[in-house]
Design a protein around this ligand. Structure first.
Ligand SMILES: [Zn+2]
Length: 112
């Protein structure tokens, strides 16, 4: 599934986004403190769909503000992911030609 690592920006700082196969069984993601050098956000490599989106949002919330409490991060990431994963939002997301081109390329590569 795609590249395993790339650089992303969260709240003006750079992070290595790593899709990680080696995270502990009970861990879907982890984020280094924003003060660390060569900091990374790790997302369990096999997450998909709403579970992937929730973890991505969760970890990037931590990256953007590491002083917000875990309960809040868990709740807002869950609510955002759950409310996004409906046809009305997915249709609007796919209303972007750049996104559609990427999705078509991904689906074509799966046929090979
Ligand atoms: Zn957390």
């Amino acid at each position: 599934m795609g590249n395993k690592e790339r650089i992303i920006q969260v709240a003006w700082k750079k992070w290595r986004l790593i899709f990680d196969k080696a995270l502990p069984r009970d861990t879907d993601g982890s984020t280094d403190p924003p003060t660390k050098k060569r900091k990374s956000i790790r997302i369990k490599d096999n997450l998909v769909g709403q579970e992937f989106l929730e973890t991505y949002l969760h970890e990037t919330h931590h990256a953007g503000n590491d002083s917000i409490c875990e309960d809040y991060v868990e709740q807002i990431a869950h609510d955002q992911a759950a409310s996004f994963c409906y046809r009305d939002c997915i249709e609007r997301f796919l209303g972007c030609p750049r996104i559609v081109a990427m999705v078509e390329e991904i689906l074509d590569s799966r046929k090979k």
